[in-house]
Design a protein. Structure first.
Length: 405
């Protein structure tokens, strides 16, 4: 299968294009051998390369390119398949934009095209090339801080770390995971994640329940999460609980039940955030709408969870503007390397900034992901990088810090 891959990157400090001349010559020979064409553009600081050829060969070359320390911040912009080659068997062509007029570069690139038919102005590849050539600001080229300058330090979260939380009638447990404000080294909320009685996963817990019992159990379980929050003596934080949207609809007076559980646990509604997702089709939308209004007017916070996954969350956002949107872990995973994911995150940030909605990135596991998200302007995070969920308690939090010189 013929594939096309486009990436961009930053020239590493202390490296010049001249120092790469030999590599480029070698690349030409190597690419020719494996029927790959590399169209490489360089503007003095950034590279932009189109790789075209058999799928496996393109992937193998890109893998090597990714490990080349002479450039950094590699972001894959496009991976697509085409019926025919856009470029002939050129091996490698370098266009150093510093020696070209803008108009001429496009003409020169077009001249390398296999046929006019393949390189029409509607072609995404050509649009990418044109943008790289014409956009002097290179706005999407977020320059993240260097990974090697960062470390993690582990600090305990006060107050105590483990609690004996069994209440009468308790048929589930909760693990708490902090949501953190890294700039201020503060935990802003604890998400209470449901576990089975012996600490098993949510799937394990919910699999023991019939469909009819599910929503009632989901709602009832929250009192154990509130009790845990109360035991911890939360002061500046909120407790975030997940609720299936249908739990708010199928149980009569669901919000009143929640409110009385909150009160009985010694908390106030403002200390609670309800996280909902759209992953379950909300079939009784008017009742759900009413329940959300009740939650909001009682002072309970609202967050859209898993934003960007499955059912996207966009219709929930259009209908209710929550205080918080949590970007789904699948979008966050390897965001530092993916152009499409970066575009989605930037769009979410723009949208939420316009609506004064707090953005939380969840599922952060790598320092590189955090460095990119931080540079993009996100402030609140949740994920294994910072702290794993801890059954009936809170594990210490890892905070990113700049290494001492
Ligand atoms: C901007 C840039 C573009 C590159 N393009 C190619 C290429 O198209 N083909 C290639 O074989 N190597 C290319 N390289 C070189 C590879 O990164 C790597 O050094 C080379 O494939 C040798 O890999 P090896 O040392 O694992 O054998 C490029 C390097 C840079 C910095």
């Amino acid at each position: 299968m013929l594939s096309t891959l486009i990436y961009r990157s930053h020239l590493s400090a202390g490296v010049s294009l001249g120092a790469l001349a030999h590599t480029i010559e070698k690349s030409r020979i190597n690419n020719e051998k494996i029927h790959v064409t590399g169209i490489l553009l360089f503007d003095g600081a950034h590279f932009f390369q189109v790789l075209e050829g058999p799928d496996a060969s393109v992937s193998a070359v890109y893998e090597r390119i990714c490990h080349d320390k002479r450039h950094n911040n590699l972001v894959e912009l496009m991976r697509d398949y085409a019926p025919a080659r856009r470029f002939g068997h050129l091996g490698m062509e370098l266009f150093d934009l510093r020696h070209y007029e803008k108009k001429r570069v496009l003409q020169a690139v077009l001249a390398k095209g296999t046929s006019r038919f393949n390189l029409t102005y509607d072609d995404r590849v050509l649009k990418f090339i044109r943008t790289f050539v014409e956009d002097d600001n290179k706005k999407p080229f977020i320059n993240t801080a260097h990974l090697e300058n960062w470390d993690l330090i582990q600090l305990p979260v006060t107050p105590r770390r483990e609690y004996d939380n069994f209440q009468p009638g308790q048929n589930c447990q909760f693990a708490l995971q902090p949501i953190v404000d890294v700039a201020n080294k503060k935990v802003i909320s604890f998400e209470a994640l449901i576990r089975s009685p012996d600490g098993g996963s949510p799937v394990e817990y919910f699999s023991t329940l019939s469909k009819d019992a599910l929503y009632k159990a989901d709602l009832d379980s929250k009192r154990f999460a509130f009790a845990l929050a109360n035991k911890m003596g939360m002061v500046d934080q909120t407790i975030s609980v997940n609720l299936l949207p249908m739990s708010l609809v199928t149980t009569k007076n669901a919000v009143d039940i929640l409110l009385s559980e909150i009160k009985a646990s010694g908390l106030v509604p403002e200390q609670v955030v309800v996280e909902v997702t759209e992953d379950e089709v909300i079939s009784r939308f008017d009742e759900f709408d009413f329940a959300i209004k009740q939650l909001r007017s009682a002072g309970i916070g609202l967050a859209i969870d898993d934003f960007g996954a499955g059912f996207a969350g966009l219709s929930l956002l259009a209908k209710f503007q929550p205080e918080k949107v949590k970007i789904d872990r699948n979008i966050i995973c390897d965001v530092h390397k993916s152009g499409p994911k970066q575009a989605i995150v930037q769009a979410i940030i723009t949208c939420c900034t316009l609506l004064e909605i707090t953005v939380i990135a969840e599922g952060i596991e790598k320092l590189e992901e955090w460095l990119w998200l931080e540079a993009a302007g996100i402030r609140y995070y949740q994920g294994f990088l910072f702290a794993r969920p801890q059954l009936n308690g809170v594990s210490p939090v890892n905070w990113p810090i700049i290494k001492d010189e």
